[in-house]
Write a protein that binds this ligand. Structure first.
Ligand code: NI
Length: 180
């Protein structure tokens, strides 16, 4: 396994639109292992392939308390249901940035698993938020896109200033807001 570099906003490659995976082969399985290792090391609870500069529709998530229940979603297609809820989100591509984002409280998602088999899931709570956040990444979208231009510019400047040379682990995530 290998640790992958996580792109940091405003890196333009975060705007790439990921393409569907056509065959779930060994290389895809290896990529999922590497993404999982990268996510756990960051530390974070979700990571999209776009964030490690791979334009494939792959997401890994682990919202379990002990970080021992990895879920891989290949070609995920979520349908948001339920009411809109606002929660504070963090993102591995925006270290130290916490912003409130409105999303559906529940999602139904269909995807392929790491074994290449299709599955469906009804997600609620943090997992539902996480799935929507990660699929946004696959579509070249980051959560600051939901903010006003003014706030977005401020965050962009802040990250550019902190940017190069600063250790990734120096992102001051609030303990209560895991990065996704
Ligand atoms: Ni993110």
């Amino acid at each position: 396994m290998a640790l992958l570099d996580i792109l940091v906003y405003p890196d333009p490659r975060l705007r790439n639109k990921a393409l569907p995976v056509e065959t779930v082969d060994k290389a895809i399985s290896q990529l999922i292992d590497d993404m999982a290792q990268t996510m756990y090391a960051a530390p974070g609870i979700g990571l999209a392939a776009t964030q490690v500069n791979v334009a494939k529709r792959i997401v890994v998530i682990d919202t379990s308390e002990n970080q021992d229940q990895l879920q891989a979603f290949i070609n995920p297609v979520p349908t948001g249901t339920g009411e809109q809820v606002e929660t504070e989100e963090g993102c591995l591509s925006l270290p130290g940035v916490i912003v409130p984002v409105k999303r559906h409280s529940e999602v139904r998602v269909s995807a392929l698993g790491k074994d290449g088999k299709p599955f469906e899931l009804h997600a609620t709570g943090l997992l539902a938020i996480c799935i929507q956040h990660e699929v946004d990444h696959l579509d070249g979208k980051v959560f600051v896109d939901y903010l006003s231009q003014l706030k977005r510019d401020r965050i962009r400047k802040q990250l550019l200033r902190e940017g190069r040379g600063s250790d990734k682990s120096s992102g001051q995530h609030k303990e209560s807001v895991p990065a996704i």
